[in-house]
Design a protein. Structure first.
Lengths: 485, 147
């Protein structure tokens, strides 16, 4: 029985008709408004994750003729805080013309150099890799988001079946597309998917995220939050129906360690992961993080790795899991185990790089983990400054939500081959654990060492003198965190 | 710091009065003389990874909580500097700061920013080969020249 179209149960509908009416004469401002609303709730999309777009008409600044343009979130932007000036604006007919120049998937990266040539007027905002995904979907307003609930379905071995059940229950027609690295090829796949199923009202991208759309900005926003809300309801209900503890229940029953214990191990841990470049720590000790860290499946899930490219770029292929039981082992044992596991992690990482690198690949980056999971302590994220460390940690909590949802969806159909991959030979690489499917190492490498990702890293500002040495404003802290130096 | 096994830097705040005696200031001056030697001892003990240095400011009047109005007035009277009771506390402080400044080679008042810049240099990698030393930030006091 289809649920009510307008009602959301988990997310709030923040759309204010009066405010939208005020902004209506300026489509770019209305797009900014819609984006800020979507980015305000971390259940809708992660920090910096996803992109929004609108197609409308602007007068050409030289001739005055009406030009149909695409406004889309620029590279590196964040939906919650984006301003109108953060959107790239491109001429749609020029983007369409690129299709004739496309030489095929092996050459898709060369298309990125054409996006600046499609810029409208004096817009110089760097266009994101996802630009053609928005351009080639035949809808005026498109949202591409990374909600944990949707990715849980997208990263499930039985995801296609779960999506069928979702569509039947909510009267939806969401299509499934298998994993494909974002780029021109995926953009054409999206267009073909809508051509093949003209009445589809959304697309789930395997191991990645969600596309929703609308003919007006308000309709697009409503469709997005409604879809995500419904997926949240489905995942939540399956979790309740399955019952039992998540992640196989607790393997370590020792209580949450006191802050002093964490403070005692943090200097050693920070020093260990800073062997190559100094990093700053952020410690997450909330209930969700500890439930995961203490669980029976933590080691396996950490080894398997993350699934959404956005998460993975911050958290690296996989976090480091350091097994520890405070009831059996003391602090000295934990320090030794940290040293051993980090050394092994670095060796594995270098082997991963050497296994997939080609002569054209960017050089090896830091081989240390950026997320460390320790039972009874929690999740520790690392970055070049406090903010980056906190975001890295948040992203791994997003990954925990995804794993929680995907394992909650486990049923008899999970044993079937995962619907994750586009090519049969790739299917075997999509390893899964209790219905959760991680990205294969080969695909992870193609994202991590993507020439385009390298170019983005090169564009970031040079680090300041005390980068990696400061943890933030001086103030009394209750939580232990690594000090500067 | 030691547990991290990373290069680090400690900067202690000493004073020109660690080596320049001042009437009526014994406990403070002696404690700062001890800081000077602590810097040397720690430099040896904590090296090679951890460097230890210090700065030796002379009186910093601007923005200091140590100069309430009555103390400023007492100092002005001690140094026989004329002032009027109706002058603001800020103006009295400025008079005192100018007096101290005139006694230095550079004749400029010492500001918190001057101390911060010296601390910054000692804290960061630019001073990577300096340890066990005290950098004066005193406007240039011949009595405080280090030998």
């Amino acid at each position: 029985m289809p649920e009510s179209v307008s009602e959301t149960r988990l997310l709030d509908n923040l759309w204010d008709e009066a405010e939208a009416g005020r902004l209506a004469p300026q489509p770019l401002e209305l797009l900014r408004y819609r984006s800020n609303l979507l980015g305000a709730d971390l259940r809708i999309t992660n920090f910096g994750g996803g992109n929004t777009s609108s197609k409308f008409t602007l007068p050409d600044p030289l001739t005055g003729d009406p030009v149909r343009v695409l406004a889309v979130k620029g590279s590196g932007g964040d939906l919650r805080s984006i301003a109108a000036s953060g959107f790239a604006i491109l001429a749609l007919d020029k983007l369409e013309a690129l299709i004739a120049r496309y030489r095929g998937e092996a050459h898709e990266d060369e298309m990125v150099a054409f996006y600046p040539l499609c810029a409208f007027g004096d817009n110089r905002v760097a266009a994101s890799i996802d630009t053609p995904l928005h351009a080639f979907l035949p809808f005026d307003h498109v949202d591409h988001l990374h909600p944990d609930w949707a990715i849980a379905i997208a990263a499930s071995a039985n995801g296609r079946r779960a999506l069928d059940e979702f569509n039947a229950r909510y009267g939806r027609r969401i299509a499934w597309l298998p994993w494909q690295r974002p780029g021109f090829e995926l953009a054409l796949m999206l267009r073909r998917a809508v051509d093949a199923q003209p009445d589809c009202d959304g697309i789930v991208l395997g191991s990645h995220g969600l596309f929703t759309w609308g003919t007006t900005q308000a309709e697009c926003y409503r469709n997005s939050i409604r879809t995500i809300d419904q997926m949240g309801q489905l995942v939540g209900e399956r979790a309740r129906r399955r019952g039992g503890a998540s992640f196989g229940g607790a393997a370590v029953r020792a209580p949450r360690q006191a802050d002093e214990v964490v403070a005692a191990i943090l200097p050693h841990l920070r020093g260990a992961v800073s062997s190559n470049r100094r990093v700053v720590a952020h410690v997450e000790r909330g209930e969700e993080a500890l439930r995961f860290a203490n669980s029976a499946w933590a080691a396996d899930l950490c080894a398997l790795g993350t699934s959404c490219p956005d998460h993975f770029l911050r958290t690296r292929i996989s976090p480091l899991f350091v097994p520890w039981n405070p009831d059996a082992d003391d602090g000295a044992a934990l320090r030794r185990r940290i040293d051993d596991r980090i050394a092994a992690y670095r060796r594995d990482y270098v082997a991963y790089y050497e296994g997939f690198a080609t002569p054209g690949s960017p050089p090896l980056r830091d081989s240390n983990p950026s997320v460390v999971v320790i039972p009874s302590i929690g999740v520790v994220g690392f970055g070049k400054d406090k903010r980056e460390a906190r975001i890295t940690t948040e992203f791994f909590v997003n990954a925990i939500h995804v794993m929680d949802g995907a394992t909650a969806l486990e049923d008899e159909s999970s044993a079937e081959a995962p619907g994750g991959s586009r090519r049969p030979e790739q299917a075997a690489q999509f390893a899964s654990f209790h219905n959760y499917v991680a990205l294969p190492r080969a695909e992870a490498f193609r994202i991590e060492y993507w020439a385009l990702e390298e170019a983005k890293l090169q564009r970031t500002a040079a680090e300041k003198e005390f980068s990696r040495k400061l943890t933030g404003r001086a103030r009394r802290r209750r939580r232990p965190e690594c000090g500067g130096g | 710091m030691r547990a991290q096994h990373l290069a680090a830097s400690i900067v202690l705040t000493s004073s020109a009065n660690a080596i320049v005696p001042k009437h009526g200031s014994e406990p403070y001056d002696v404690s700062k003389a001890a800081v000077n030697h602590l810097i040397r001892e720690l430099a040896i003990g904590l090296g090679p990874a951890i460097r230890v240095n210090g700065i030796a400011p002379a009186t910093v009047v601007a923005g200091s909580a140590m100069f309430p109005r009555d103390r400023v007035a007492a100092s002005l009277r001690k140094y026989e500097i004329a002032f009027d009771e109706v002058e603001s506390t800020e103006d009295l402080r400025a008079k005192l700061a100018r007096f101290y400044a005139q006694r230095t080679i550079t004749r400029a008042p010492i500001l918190p920013l001057d101390c911060a810049n010296a601390i910054l240099w000692l804290a960061g990698d630019q001073s990577a080969k300096t340890t066990g030393h005290v950098i004066p930030v005193d406007g240039g006091l011949p009595e405080a020249f280090l030998r």
